[in-house]
Design a protein around this ligand. Structure first.
Ligand code: 9MR
Length: 747
């Protein structure tokens, strides 16, 4: 819900939400129109129309006859160039428009008028024949004299007519204040609690002394009661809060509510079924992310689509992908794998940690006292390979592994054995865009040491896990891992460039000591060879504290090695110390969680929430879960379970960050092919898709225009344009899958 600054601010005094942290409106810049001739009284100049679009003056408006049969919105457009934008200045972009016949939408953008055509603001409103006025506010992330305002009208099968008038881009306006609709002030895990597990909630209130609470069943009868515990001001939200512990109530049920301070929470259940479903859904997410294969409607109703990037026009790949100019003179078939996120890129760094976390979900299930492999087994995920007698989770991970192997530089080429860092489009594409409809040139980017070690680590891990099912594949993976390891040793400092971020993400990581450690650990666990044990024992990472506030992720992979060395049996000298280090890390996360009124094992320095913070919370929970697996001490299991509460609704926004779980959940994640917010014919992301979550750096213009000055948990918006707070990715969902599997195993 978006309201203007003049809106009443109910409860703000006591909620002390992000609003109070907003900077005072800057000494108002003069409001100034940036567009020329937006009224079309006598002419259409200096507006342009793209080839094939007949545009002209009509009743004091600009009207354009749009041809049918184009593929993408930007294939037909009208616009104006040479617009100046000032970084940090807020603009009101407004226009009126009609579309004839009914049913068309326009993609209105403010972006760069030259390559790489960055888009700084975009909206895609539905048009009507009778006409509407539209107005939006955004803050420019750049200084440039070369912006354009464009109305993209392509992508339709049939010709239609677009008319517009009163087009304005007014600079110097006050930023718009976004006030999230956070619903009832009692915050619970909306997906539910385990009957035998901990049950905690958070109350947002102005009260500073304890208040009574009641737990009500579906019929409204009070089944438990108690007192809140005042916790003061929570740094992660700026709110005054109390915590509620109703763990003594253990009867399974649905539609319970927790009532305190005159407010009833969103409904929740006490049961185990939701977590068994979540384990499956979080893993099923990967099939619809697959590249190079048709997605079947019988397997994922509503998500069918043609195979992406298999060399059928307008796709240009991925069957024979060249390098970026000057990088290599061969092409590679790199079909397959998972698309990384909402984009069509495929990245070895990030594919690696994602594959590891799925493989480790399976590996843990076979090693831990509460682990169960059957729910991950053949037929569990309804993928095309179901029925092949191989656990479905391994079939899914293999889809990515095969791609990772294809990214290895072939024998006889310079840097043979290394892995290309990534493959993606030459330019960023707009939204929505189905994978098979992506017309961009695809390119291989230079090999990197980090990618090579991601390949070595995951292929080595695969070698031990696939052996019972496919000895040939296991052997092939191991030899690729060895080759990659040798290549990384020979080229230990080839880093992906921080500036190689056009058309895809950089995933640049200037420190690969941790990747060396992780790869050596996996190679050791699969081969038992001394050379790898020696590397592990000599690495500074082996004794470093890896369990800091932010936790582990695609760039900080030491923990992947450490957790596996702790969990997977081996003869590593000093293995007890390794296990103790994980338990010590878990103790730290437990202390964080207990001090946190929202009960989460995440309190980043300076309250600076990281990109993808939801998965950082979950990865910290993985450390707690592993400590439980290692020690059997219930406090670690309970800590891991509590971390899930945060992700599933016990948070400042009162929102479940997992699509389809809880009464109110994220469902507009930044996505090119689950883009329902932009195109009603597309689906929302599938059930079990995790949103990235609060990100204090709010890198995208949409978030910048809505969330300036946000505090911690409030740096999030469930809008498809907010790629820095609301994307979905294969690595984030892997953390969700691993935790969902752990929780389901506790039933
Ligand atoms: O999550 C990634 C974040 O940690 C990085 O800082 C950023 C820049 O490399 O990229 C993020 O990942 C994005 C990737 O680059 C491209 N696909 C979508 C990913 C999620 O936004």
């Amino acid at each position: 819900m978006i309201r203007r600054r003049t809106a009443l601010l109910p409860l703000t005094a006591l909620l002390a939400t992000a609003l109070t942290a907003l900077p005072a409106p800057s000494a108002a810049a003069e409001e100034a129109e940036q567009l020329r001739n937006g009224t079309f009284d006598t002419a259409t100049e200096p507006w342009w129309a793209s080839a094939g679009v007949a545009a002209g003056l009509s009743d004091g408006r600009l009207c354009a006859d749009v041809p049918g049969g184009t593929a993408n919105p930007w294939d037909a457009a009208v616009g104006q160039n040479d617009v100046t934008l000032v970084k940090g200045e807020t603009y009101r972009f407004s226009f009126s428009a009609t579309g004839t016949p009914e049913g068309h939408a326009v993609r209105a953008i403010v972006g760069r008028s030259t390559a790489p055509y960055d888009t700084w603001f975009e909206v895609t409103p539905q048009l009507s024949v009778s006409g509407n006025s539209y107005a939006y506010t955004f803050t420019s992330p750049v200084d440039t004299p070369q912006a354009q305002v464009a109305f993209q009208v392509g992508g339709g099968a049939e010709p239609w007519r677009f008319c517009m008038d009163d087009v304005s881009l007014l600079g110097g306006v006050p930023p718009e204040v976004y006030e999230p609709d956070t619903g009832p002030r009692v915050r619970v895990n909306q997906a539910g609690y385990l009957p035998a597990g901990p049950k905690n909630a958070t109350l947002v209130t102005g009260a500073t002394t304890r208040l009574p609470w009641e737990l009500k069943d579906a019929a409204g009868a009070v089944v438990a009661r108690g007192w809140t515990v005042p916790r003061g001001t929570d740094a992660s939200s700026g709110q005054n809060v109390h915590s509620i512990d109703f763990g003594a109530y253990r009867r399974a049920g649905s539609d319970l509510t927790l009532v305190a301070d005159g407010e009833a929470s969103r409904p929740f259940g006490l049961g185990t079924a939701a977590y068994r479903r979540l384990r499956t859904d979080a893993l099923k997410y990967y099939y619809t992310q697959r590249s190079g294969i048709e997605i079947r409607d019988d397997l994922r109703p509503g998500y069918a689509r043609p195979a992406g990037h298999v060399g059928i026009a307008p796709n240009q790949g991925d069957t024979a992908v060249p390098c970026q100019p000057g990088v290599c003179d061969y092409t590679l078939d790199v079909t397959g794998g998972w698309y990384d996120a909402g984009d069509h890129g495929k990245y070895v760094v990030n594919g690696g940690i994602s594959t590891w976390e799925l493989l480790s979900t399976y590996e843990r299930a076979g090693l831990a006292r509460t682990g169960e492999r059957a729910p991950l087994g053949d037929g569990s995920l309804t993928v095309p390979e179901s029925g092949n007698k191989v656990p479905d989770i391994l079939d899914e991970a293999r889809w990515e592994l095969e791609f990772l192997l294809k990214m290895q530089v072939p024998d006889g080429q310079p840097l043979a054995g290394m892995a290309h860092h990534k493959i993606h489009d030459e330019q960023w594409t707009g939204l929505p865009l189905m994978p098979h409809a992506d017309p961009q040139k695809r390119e291989l980017h230079p090999p990197s040491t980090a990618a090579t070690l991601n390949l070595a680590a995951t292929a080595a891990q695969a070698a031990r896990l696939y052996k019972p099912y496919d000895a040939r594949f296991a052997a092939e993976a191991l030899s690729a891992a060895r080759k990659a390891w040798a290549a990384a040793l020979a080229h230990p400092d080839r880093y992906a460039s921080e500036s190689d971020g056009v058309g895809g993400g950089t995933y640049a990581d200037p420190n690969v000591t941790d990747e060396f450690y992780w790869a050596a650990a996996e190679l050791y666990l699969s081969t038992g060879e001394k050379q790898f044990a020696d590397h592990v024992l000599a690495s500074p990472v082996h004794t470093a504290d890896l369990f800091g506030p932010l936790g582990f992720d695609w760039a900080r992979t030491g923990a992947a090695g450490r957790l596996d060395l702790a969990l997977v049996p081996s003869g590593l000298p000093g293995r007890d110390k390794v296990r103790q280090s994980v338990v010590r890390g878990a103790d730290r996360y437990l202390a964080t969680l207990r001090a946190h009124p929202y009960g989460m094992p995440y309190a980043p320095d300076g309250n600076a929430y990281d990109w993808g913070s939801n998965h950082q919370v979950l990865n910290n929970a993985v450390v707690l879960a592993t400590a439980y697996d290692l020690t059997g001490a219930a406090r670690y299991r309970d800590g891991a379970l509590q971390a899930m509460d945060y992700v599933l609704g016990r948070n400042a926004l009162n929102l479940s960050y997992v699509t389809g779980y809880g009464e109110v959940s994220s469902h507009n994640q930044h996505a090119r092919w689950y883009a329902r917010q932009l195109d009603a014919s597309q689906p929302s992301p599938p059930r079990g898709t995790l949103a990235g979550g609060p990100n204090s750096s709010i890198q995208d213009p949409f978030a910048q225009s809505r969330l300036q000055g946000c505090v911690g948990q409030f740096c999030y918006i469930d809008d498809i344009q907010s790629w820095s707070t609301n994307e979905h990715t294969v690595n984030w969902n892997a953390a969700l899958a691993r935790m969902a599997s752990f929780v389901a195993d506790q039933t």
